[in-house]
Design a protein around this ligand. Structure first.
Ligand code: HEM
Ligand SMILES: *[C@@H]1O[C@H](CO)[C@@H](O)[C@H](O)[C@H]1NC(C)=O
Ligand SMILES: *[C@@H]1O[C@H](CO)[C@@H](O)[C@H](O)[C@H]1NC(C)=O
Length: 471
């Protein structure tokens, strides 16, 4: 090794030690309220800097977590993506973390914050967060989504029609459905918006979201940032048009723009982009899994079919109001359990991130300030302590309510999903029409795609979906 290299090493070593001393003496002057002599949670931190990132990504992440939980219990430390962290698979502990906003704040990589918008709801705390949350929640209350029920139904029917007889990639088509519903709840039937351009920008944004955050011409990240700018301009134009016409609008943009909301245009834009992001892929992913599970479980499909056909039969007999209405969706227990079981087994948000705002004492351990804390939803949903035979798809398990805090597909506490009602509603409406009017042939499932063909039901013979699986 050359002398200069050795010197470099030495210098950096010494500066790290000095920095450490400096930090320690600072904490001497500002002592923590918590006993910092407490032990850290059990676990290993892996290599310096890279920690256990490689282990987590090189093996199946499920296996990584399962092995850790077996060895260290439901709360263990690790080091991933450059951060020390504590992972939590104990239901009560997860709830504690999600509900103690004064101890744990949301945390996202800077690149993701820039892409969605720094002022978007997910990243916020305190009064600003509470204000945003109130505004979002009042657009997605049961009362509010009742009003757009028939529009959601038309969107569902139009989507299904457009798939008839074609071989479709289920996830892509479901994303079209869910973005159309999201745009309806955000912009109402605002004609001024160019939905097609907006969807195209969204597609680019989404492809860049999980790419390496390198902002150089040609990279996916760069393209995504450009698409973000274009989206922001579109929202800004819609805002200024609405200001001119001074019309009242009963949608999310209307509620963000109200005088009382007190938001700047930039804050509005960041949150519109954020809500579309939160609403689209999540719901489309769940719908795609549901189609797969219905294909694989003929008896479940049969029970669902019976439920929906009996709703239709009742309507025919009463001879009055035809067509589905909002209260019908409250009366679909079988399909609701299919949705719940899919949310559990697919656990599409495997975990979320928080960061300790200060040193926290928890169950006899120290969670140091600045450490990331990850409630592991997927592991909670897949633990045999919480769900018998967790790997089995069995909607009937939800005939009995799950134990408290063991089922958190929409999170819990301060940042719990404000869209859960509309997500469930749009899934029920689409499934009702899919199940009663079509039989589906599932052609194949690859790792990423579920390809499906829909046929209109024309004979009394009902075919069970064919399923071929190519992993
Ligand atoms: C089945 C579909 C969905 C699932 C599984 C889901 C799941 C979640 C979860 C787990 C969180 C909490 C994240 C955390 O605590 O860090 C969350 C937050 C959020 N979701 Fe959903 N979501 C879905 C659909 C939707 C829809 C349709 C909307 C549209 C309104 C939406 C809007 C949001 C927003 C705005 C937040 C952030 C709330 C906050 O930070 O206060 N989600 N979602
Ligand atoms: C909805 O439809 C059901 C029949 O399925 C009917 O009994 C009920 O009165 C309808 N509700 C409304 C609000 O129209
Ligand atoms: C949080 O969990 C508790 C207990 O399981 C539940 O009663 C409550 O409704 C949950 N809150 C949200 C917002 O999901």
């Amino acid at each position: 090794m050359e002398f200069t290299t050795v010197l470099c090493f030495l210098v950096s070593f010494i500066s790290i030690i000095l920095l450490n001393l400096l930090i320690k003496s600072f904490s001497f002057f500002f002592p923590s309220k918590v006993n910092t002599q407490l032990p850290l949670p059990p676990g290993t931190m892996g290599w310096p800097y890279i920690g256990e990132t490689f282990q987590m990504y090189s093996q199946d992440p499920n296996l990584f977590f399962a092995t850790k939980i077996k060895r260290y219990g439901s709360m263990f430390k690790s080091h991933i993506l450059g951060y020390p962290c504590v992972m939590i698979s104990n239901p009560e502990a997860a709830k504690f973390v999600l509900n103690k906003a004064q101890l744990f704040k949301p945390t996202f990589p800077d690149s993701k914050q820039r892409m969605l918008g720094k002022q978007a709801i997910f990243f916020q705390q305190g009064a600003y967060h509470a204000n945003l949350r109130r505004l979002v929640l009042c657009t997605f209350t049961t009362e509010a989504i009742k009003n757009i029920f028939s529009d959601i139904e038309s969107i569902a029917q139009n989507c299904l029609k457009s798939w008839e007889g074609k071989l479709i990639t289920t996830f892509l088509e479901m994303k079209t459905y869910t973005i159309n519903v999201a745009l309806l709840s955000i912009f109402g039937k605002d004609e001024t918006l160019n939905a097609e351009v907006l969807k195209r920008c969204y597609y680019t944004l989404e492809r860049g979201y999980n790419s390496m955050p390198i902002n150089l011409p040609g990279t996916l990240f760069h393209k995504a940032m450009k698409a973000r700018k274009e989206l922001a301009d579109m929202v800004a134009r819609t805002i200024s048009k609405r200001r001119k016409t001074k019309q009242e609008h009963n949608d999310l943009l209307g509620s963000f723009m109200s005088e009382k909301a007190g938001l700047t245009d930039e804050q509005i834009t960041d949150n519109i982009i954020g809500v579309i992001f939160a609403a689209r892929d999540t719901t489309a992913t769940v719908l795609t899994w549901i189609v797969k599970y219905l294909g694989e479980n003929p008896s479940v499909l049969e029970a669902a079919t019976e439920e929906h056909e009996s709703i239709l039969r009742c309507k025919e007999e009463s001879g009055e109001e035809m067509g589905l209405n909002w209260s019908d969706t409250k009366n679909m227990p079988v399909t609701s359990r299919i949705i719940q079981e899919t949310l559990r087994i697919a656990s599409i948000l495997s975990f979320t991130f928080r960061e300790a705002i200060e040193d926290v004492e928890f169950q006899g351990y120290l969670i140091p300030k600045g450490w990331k804390v990850l409630p592991l939803f997927r592991n909670i949903h897949h633990s045999p302590d919480n769900f018998k035979e967790p790997e089995k798809f069995d909607p009937s398990r939800f005939e009995v309510a799950p134990k408290p805090n063991t089922f958190m597909p929409f999170g819990n506490g301060t940042h719990a999903c404000p869209g859960n009602e509309i997500a469930k509603l749009e899934m029920l409406v689409l499934l009702h029409h899919l199940i009663t009017k079509y039989r589906l042939a599932i052609w194949f499932i690859t790792k990423h795609n579920l390809l499906v063909t829909l046929f209109g039901v024309c004979s009394d013979e009902r075919h069970v979906p064919k399923l071929e699986c190519f992993e």
